[in-house]
Design a protein around this ligand. Structure first.
Ligand SMILES: *[C@@H]1O[C@H](CO)[C@@H](O)[C@H](O)[C@H]1NC(C)=O
Ligand SMILES: *[C@@H]1O[C@H](CO)[C@@H](O)[C@H](O)[C@H]1NC(C)=O
Ligand SMILES: *[C@@H]1O[C@H](CO)[C@@H](O)[C@H](O)[C@H]1NC(C)=O
Ligand SMILES: *[C@@H]1O[C@H](CO)[C@@H](O)[C@H](O)[C@H]1NC(C)=O
Length: 515
């Protein structure tokens, strides 16, 4: 957009400089919003081993930056630019002016550069940004009013910004502006219509003033947005409900670790029962999550995270089931009654002839998971209480069994949930107490083992099939996740995809005071 000698720029003492907020906002900040939404940080105390770790690689950073760039381009077109007004001293008096109806008529937003800035945070840069605008001008000089239209262009804007990443006392990620630098190499303005020729001689001076004014506004604008983002982070959702029984808390346990090749986050990663919200009687162990530069993100979930979920279910009393005869398949010759138990416990049908029975199966303690290379083991300390159902429906206790099972299996990722399938590996049954005298348990063990497989194991697998949600956001999807079971933790390396239809709402969410 060249100056047109026929057109007359006319105001000089450009006293208001509201201009285009955010037109030069480094888009890379949107990448941060993405990252933060992805990790959905919550608040809690420090001083524990993290049970979930995340590493954002350079590949992930570049993807986030790219999404930010797309979003920024769309935003610039719909940006609302406030009116500009002021007065210009032209030697024989002051011309009062108003520029209004300003809209973006074109923009060229180059891809920003983003890199990790070791020990600090992120360094973002945008170079060669241009934007053109059009609008109307109105002047008043004494009693003379005049008006017309104008075109304005700002070329080759360069902005570099360094933001520092940290954490606040409650475990949110924090962000602050560490450094900012902005340069505009060229601006041009042309006026159309009215008596604008009067101001033609002042066009260069006006342009230089305006360029300087815009230039010095850019960094405060960037800083304002960093502050807004920090504020938004500090207010983010503290924990999220995974299902009707569990909530997951993932505040930072340490400040973010920024290295030249990636950003590491240590998160609490503890599930709680919605009801009791108590800590389990075990602690998170230290683990090292390996970097995987081929994927955008690596996540590590320790045994603790999974066991805290297990504890949550246990403490909410959800790991129990009642079994009665109506649950035994009709075709089974073995019924859940004292007659069927006769061959196993000879005295039982004598004491309680031909009565239906009920079994209460429950976890005696928290079922604990452990991870070793490529396999998951779960020890289930179970118990069975057996009752005879009297004709008047009252339950008469018969005996208590301890049933210790070791399940082993595999886990996988499906639909962004951790899912699995377990098999019964070891099984021992012992008589803990009896109201009907002692008896041999070998034959009973075989039958109960079968019962465990069709009831408890089936229930457990149903739970694992329902899945434990991974700490990702609904807008951000895992692409080709690779899950590995390692010693003490599970690692998931994945690429990410933000669905374009959902980008808008992500941006809205993170920038409440957008443009
Ligand atoms: C067996 O359990 C089911 C489900 O809990 C229940 O509806 C049914 O009444 C029980 N049957 C007996 C005989 O208690
Ligand atoms: C108990 O089971 C036996 C088969 O073992 C069956 O013949 C009998 O009818 C059952 N009794 C009751 C009360 O269900
Ligand atoms: C139910 O029947 C049993 C056995 O006959 C008896 O001991 C018990 O007191 C009865 N309970 C009720 C509530 O009637
Ligand atoms: C599990 O079963 C295997 C083989 O039956 C046995 O060697 C092992 O000791 C058992 N483990 C436990 C913890 O009971």
């Amino acid at each position: 957009m060249q100056e047109n000698k026929e057109q007359r720029p006319y105001f000089m003492n450009y006293s208001h400089s509201i201009y285009t907020r955010a037109s030069n906002q480094p888009r890379a900040l949107s990448m941060l919003s993405l990252l933060i939404l992805l990790l959905n940080l919550t608040n809690h105390a420090f001083g524990e081993n993290p049970a979930i770790k995340a590493i954002l690689t350079n590949k992930g950073l570049q993807y986030g930056s790219h999404i930010g760039a797309d979003w920024m381009q769309e935003k610039i077109w719909s940006m609302i630019i406030p009116d500009i007004s002021g007065g210009v001293d032209i030697g024989i008096g002051t011309v009062h002016y108003v520029l209004d109806g300003i809209s973006v008529s074109g923009c060229d937003v180059p891809e920003p550069s983003v890199e990790f800035y070791e020990g600090v945070g992120l360094k973002t840069g945008i170079s060669g940004f241009s934007i053109s605008m059009k609008g109307n001008w109105h002047t008043r000089f004494g009693i003379i009013s005049d008006g017309g239209s104008f075109d304005l262009a700002v070329f080759n804007v360069d902005v570099t910004s360094v933001v520092q990443l940290g954490s606040d006392y409650s475990g949110h990620i924090s962000i602050s502006s560490e450094n900012c630098d902005a340069r505009i190499s060229k601006a041009s303005i042309t006026f159309h219509g009215g008596a604008s020729f009067i101001f033609q001689p002042f066009v260069t001076l006006f342009k230089d003033q305006m360029t300087a004014l815009i230039e010095e506004k850019i960094c405060p604008m960037v800083e304002e947005h960093v502050t807004d983002l920090d504020q938004h982070l500090a207010e983010m959702q503290v924990s999220f409900k995974v299902n009707s029984a569990l909530v997951l808390d993932i505040p930072l346990t340490n400040p973010p670790l920024v290295e030249s090749i990636g950003l590491g986050l240590d998160l609490k990663g503890e599930f709680y029962s919605v009801q009791s919200h108590t800590d389990p009687p075990f602690k998170a162990e230290h683990f090292d999550l390996p970097k995987d530069d081929g994927h955008m993100l690596s996540l590590g979930l320790s045994e603790f995270t999974v066991n805290s979920a297990s504890y949550g279910y246990f403490s909410a009393g959800l790991l129990q089931a009642k079994i009665n005869d109506s649950m035994i398949p009709k075709t089974s010759p073995f019924r859940l009654n004292t007659t069927s138990f006769g061959p196993l416990i000879p005295q039982l049908p004598k004491l309680f002839p031909n009565m239906l029975m009920e079994l209460q199966v429950y976890a005696r303690d928290v079922p604990m998971f452990s991870f070793q290379a490529d396999k998951v083991t779960q020890e289930f300390p179970g118990a069975i209480k057996a009752f005879a159902i009297q004709p008047n429906a009252s339950r008469t206790p018969l005996f208590n069994l301890n049933v210790d099972s070791i399940f082993r299996g595999m886990i996988r990722i499906s639909e962004e949930k951790l899912q699995g399938l377990m098999k019964l590996n070891n099984f021992t049954l012992t008589l803990a107490s009896s109201e009907v005298g002692t008896f041999q348990t070998a034959a009973l063990e075989k039958i109960v083992k079968m019962g465990v497989e069709v009831s408890v194991l089936a229930k457990l697998n149903a739970k694992l099939e329902e899945g434990i949600a991974l700490p990702t956001m609904h807008h951000i999807h895992l692409v080709n996740p690779v899950l590995k079971i390692q010693q003490g933790f599970v690692s998931i390396a994945s690429d990410l995809d933000v669905k374009s239809a959902e980008r808008e709402s992500i941006s809205e969410g993170i920038y409440p005071y957008q443009l």
